[in-house]
Design a protein around this ligand. Structure first.
Ligand SMILES: NC(=O)c1ccc[n+]([C@@H]2O[C@H](COP(=O)([O-])OP(=O)(O)OC[C@H]3O[C@@H](n4cnc5c(N)ncnc54)[C@H](O)[C@@H]3O)[C@@H](O)[C@H]2O)c1
Length: 264
């Protein structure tokens, strides 16, 4: 298990399901956690559950000035900033031709522009400290195209490339930047999926593991990528999708009947 020994982590979208799980896991490993989200009330609830050395910093990540100010606010409160987890996300499900430009822009603002603005504001202080770790929460929708997710997929694909560029440009100055690309995680963001038997059957059929993910299963690789245990891992994207994007389950290239020998 990682031992952060008082290192300070800033987690965006901390009031959400995956963000909350990431905060709990970092806290359990000894990190001091700064939580930020647009939903101040939910943020207070998450912070109260965590206890100990935590602080909330409500902010709207579509506001550049508020976003840019966050690393300095965290440093002012805790004296340092070692880990940044860009987890906040916005998503809509609609055919590409129905997406209004304003919705497209909003999705890109939250999912791609804000991680850039935050990274840009956090990195100089991390370089001064000697090291800093950034983990971006992307999505398998940033690795493969899915219907009805044009803005979300484009933003997450952009976030994956921002991850790589950050590592290439700043890796030599003590900055690590990696991404985690979750598959389907059971959270309020995906609650509509679980109301439909067709959707749950599709998730099972497309996932070699035959199930969906729990938020804590995203938090574990985030802890690893935030810790010294991953010090030779930089600029990568780790799919945490039960094998969904590893291949095409059911689209076999051998003659046996589909699903006859897939271990389920
Ligand atoms: N749930 C999944 O299946 C899944 C799959 C792949 C990737 N992800 C990604 O994981 C991350 C967390 O998702 P989740 O499922 O926990 O969703 P969630 O909706 O529970 O959490 C997202 C959080 O982001 C916050 N947020 C949204 N807009 C904001 C803004 N303008 N300023 C500040 N905060 C804002 C929300 O208030 C919310 O608390 C997201 O980046 C999402 O794209 C989720």
């Amino acid at each position: 298990m990682a031992d952060f020994d008082g290192e300070v982590a800033l987690v965006t979208g901390a009031a959400g399901a995956i963000g909350g799980a990431i905060c709990r896991a970092l806290r359990a490993s000894g990190a001091v956690v700064a939580l930020t989200d647009i939903d101040a009330r939910a943020l207070e609830r998450t912070a109260a559950e965590l206890g100990g050395e935590v602080e909330i910093f409500p902010a709207d990540l579509t506001d550049d000035a508020q976003t840019e100010a966050l690393p300095a606010r965290v440093r002012k409160r805790f004296g340092r900033l070692d880990i940044l987890v860009n987890n906040a996300g916005a998503r809509q499900i609609a055919p590409m031709l129905d997406i209004e430009p304003a919705v497209w822009r909003h999705t890109l603002e939250v999912d791609l522009v804000a991680p850039f603005v935050l990274s840009r504001a956090a990195i100089p202080g991390m370089i001064e400290q000697g090291r800093g770790k950034i983990v971006n929460i992307a999505s398998m929708a940033g690795l493969a195209a899915f219907r009805d997710r044009a803005a979300y997929s484009a933003a997450k694909a952009g976030l994956i490339m921002l991850t790589k560029v950050t590592a290439v440009e700043c890796g030599g100055r003590g900055i690590w930047c990696n991404a985690v690309a979750p598959g389907v995680v059971e959270t309020p963001m995906t609650s509509s999926f679980f109301e439909s038997d067709e959707m749950t059957a599709s998730i099972r059929a497309n996932t070699p593991m035959g199930r969906w993910c729990r938020p804590d299963e995203i938090a574990s690789p985030v802890v690893f990528l935030s810790s010294a245990a991953s010090d030779f891992v930089n600029g990568t994207v780790v799919p945490v999708d039960g094998g969904w994007t590893a291949g095409y389950v059911g689209a076999e290239l051998s003659p046996r009947p589909i699903g006859a020998d897939n271990g389920r």
